[in-house]
Design a protein around this ligand. Structure first.
Ligand SMILES: CC(C)(COP(=O)(O)OP(=O)(O)OC[C@H]1O[C@@H](n2cnc3c(N)ncnc32)[C@H](O)[C@@H]1OP(=O)(O)O)[C@@H](O)C(=O)NCCC(=O)NCCS
Length: 183
């Protein structure tokens, strides 16, 4: 596993670039996606994508934002998976996938690889994540990856212009190592 690109069974996880702006804007301009994310506006314009891409340039050494691509179409972004500090002390795992790609196990595959990168390359001790109460697919992705439910919290939703309740999860490096040994 190199620092910049991760290759899994079906995916390539690479850095985001200016060339991804149009695809990001097309995929994420979807209420079903935007309403599940905290800081994404809706409607979502190409300028929003450009702004987001600019923010992901030169991240701190222990934070990453990966473009998810299918192995046979390495140029075409299908979603994003990241770990960044945001407001929390621990880095937060976040992700979304374009709707045409849901239900095929892609995010579970990506999250598994990104978690391994966060613990082994970036050297983190713990990751946190969260999802809205009704986001059962996201909750399942986190639980399958080994995340433990640690309580509820408030998500500041840009789309809804309100705080909405969510489930909070965490995964320590120690638990991840234990679970990895059991596979
Ligand atoms: C959440 C999201 C990333 C999942 O991506 P995905 O590639 O479809 O997820 P996977 O296929 O890897 O896994 C989804 C799991 O949830 C389960 N699932 C999906 N919808 C479900 C539902 N309504 N109720 C219960 N489980 C559900 C699937 O069966 C699967 O579990 P399984 O492998 O045990 O069968 C994708 O739906 C998405 O981008 N949603 C909008 C944005 C979002 O919610 N981002 C996360 C914010 S916290």
């Amino acid at each position: 596993m190199t620092k910049d690109v991760i290759i899994t069974d079906r995916l390539i996880l690479r850095n985001i670039g200016a060339r991804d702006a149009e695809t990001i804007a097309t995929l994420i301009d979807n209420y079903k996606i935007a309403v599940m994310l905290a800081r994404v506006p809706y409607p979502y314009k190409i300028e929003d994508a450009r702004q987001f891409i600019a923010l992901t340039k030169d991240p701190p050494a222990d934070e990453r934002v990966f473009a998810l691509c299918l192995k046979n179409q390495a140029e075409t972004l299908i979603g994003i998976c990241s770990y960044e500090r945001r407001q929390s002390v621990e880095p937060e795992l976040g992700y979304w996938l374009g709707e045409p790609y849901w239900g095929k196990g892609y995010m579970s595959e990506a999250v598994k690889a990104v978690i391994a990168q966060a613990f082994t390359v970036a050297g983190h001790e713990c990751l946190v994540s969260g999802c809205r109460l009704q986001n059962l697919a996201s909750r399942r992705v986190l639980e399958k990856a080994g995340f433990e439910h640690i309580g509820r919290y408030e998500i500041d939703s840009l789309v809804l212009k309100a705080n909405v309740p969510g489930h909070r999860f965490s995964l320590t490096r120690e638990r991840w190592q234990e679970l990895s040994r059991c596979v």
